[in-house]
Design a protein around this ligand. Structure first.
Ligand code: NAP
Length: 362
């Protein structure tokens, strides 16, 4: 088992470990059999943050394993066209974008394993990361598990996801030109998204379960002044209907249980996100909502463990910002290895020689 010293001695650990003979399925994805169990870095999660980090760490010659999670490619795998990711003037389909990122990470040497992490042990070094079938060791870990949009929890929601039901107005708004749009929620996101959606939709109705908004006053005022926005207070969406595409939603008044059907070409659910951090509870510092707290850029409360993307960022939540955070974390990981290497070198040089060397440097 390589420790940090042997690894930094090999410039990011090109030696050690078993041979990684990968098996691939028809989509070119690797399977868990015969995957090496020792790495310099394990990246948990495979959205834009995880894959971008993998591109950088593998180009830095760090032995990199990306464990993709149950939805390889993350949230963008459930989106249709992505129009706001730079570099694609005509847009690109979410799954295609993610497959490109994956291939780019693999091209530089990242191993991608389609499996789920069920446990982490940060109390020992190397760290131990466990999937249902195997345990892996790594000197450093980068958490890119993202956040999941909260769902309404009504049966047809899943059926119409990507066919009228969306969880991101910035991503999907322009696809709803001239439509009647319904937004659910009363927080900053819902109000900001509703205002944004008035640029495209014929009408925007905000369905909120109370009679006051949680959103900041300035956003509220803008929305109240907007002639395209109407509020349905004390109400919830109780059903979603359509044929191939969403056409109508049923709204229930929670005070009197009355239901009405309203026309809706688009339904934007903006009722918050939950960070995917359950396996890190009690192991990494988190805020009261479960987002990972970062210190010193992308470092977490455990030395050698880093985090990037929506798992710590509840504000921007864009593919491009997640990719940017992934890049930043990978650079920090690389620097961390360099620091460890320098520390080790300092420990190896006898004190007298070190003082002599320092004097010469000064
Ligand atoms: P949020 O503040 O948690 O608001 C979620 C909204 O959804 C609340 O109005 C809540 O209703 C409602 N809701 C929750 N569960 C529901 C359910 N099952 N059914 C129906 N409605 C439900 O989430 P957010 O708006 O996404 O904001 C998250 C964070 O990002 C906040 O700190 C926010 O300030 C920040 N943010 C800031 C900006 C900005 O500054 N421009 C923009 C976006 C987000 P109740 O009010 O009744 O609880």
């Amino acid at each position: 088992m390589p420790n940090i010293d042997s690894m930094v001695a090999s410039e990011g650990g090109e030696e050690g470990g078993e041979e990684g003979g990968e098996k691939r399925d028809k989509q070119g994805r690797s399977s868990s059999s015969k995957v090496d169990t020792r790495y310099d870095i394990i990246i948990i999660g495979s959205g834009p943050a995880g894959y971008t980090a993998g591109i950088y760490t593998s180009r830095a010659k760090l032995r990199t394993l990306i464990i993709s999670g149950m939805l390889p490619g993350g949230q963008l795998m459930t989106t249709s066209e992505v129009e706001n990711y730079p570099g694609f003037p005509n847009g690109i389909f979410g799954p295609e974008l993610m497959m490109n990122m994956r291939q780019q990470a693999e091209r530089f040497g990242s191993t991608v394993l389609d499996d789920e992490v069920i446990a982490v042990n940060f109390n020992q070094r190397p760290f131990v990361i466990t999937t249902p079938s195997e345990s892996f060791e790594a000197e450093s870990v980068l958490v890119c598990t993202g956040a999941s949009p909260r769902k309404l929890g009504i049966p047809a929601e899943q059926q119409f996801a990507g066919r009228g039901v969306s969880y991101c107005a910035t991503c999907d708004g322009p696809f709803f030109k001239g439509e009647d749009i319904v937004v659910v929620g009363g927080g900053d996101t819902a109000i900001e998204e509703a205002t944004f959606l008035t640029k495209f939709g014929k009408s925007v109705k905000i369905v909120h379960r109370r009679d006051t908004l949680r959103a900041s006053k300035i956003l509220q005022e803008k929305a109240f002044e907007n002639p395209k926005i109407r509020f349905l207070w004390n109400s919830v969406v109780s059903d979603i209907k359509g044929d191939k595409k969403l056409a109508r939603v049923t709204v229930r008044d929670i005070n009197n249980e009355n239901e009405q059907e309203i026309s809706a070409g688009g339904l934007f659910v903006a009722i918050g996100h939950d960070p995917n951090t359950a396996i890190f509870k009690g192991k990494l510092e988190m805020d009261d909502k479960g987002y990972i707290v970062l210190k010193n850029q992308t470092r977490t409360s455990v030395e050698g463990v880093f985090a990037a993307g929506d798992v710590h960022d509840y504000r921007y939540r864009q593919a491009v910002t997640a990719a940017g955070f992934g890049c930043m974390a990978a650079i920090d990981v690389e620097k961390w290895f360099a620091e460890k290497k320098a520390e080790r070198k300092k420990q190896e040089i006898p004190k007298s020689e070190y003082i002599h060397e320092r004097k010469q440097q000064l």
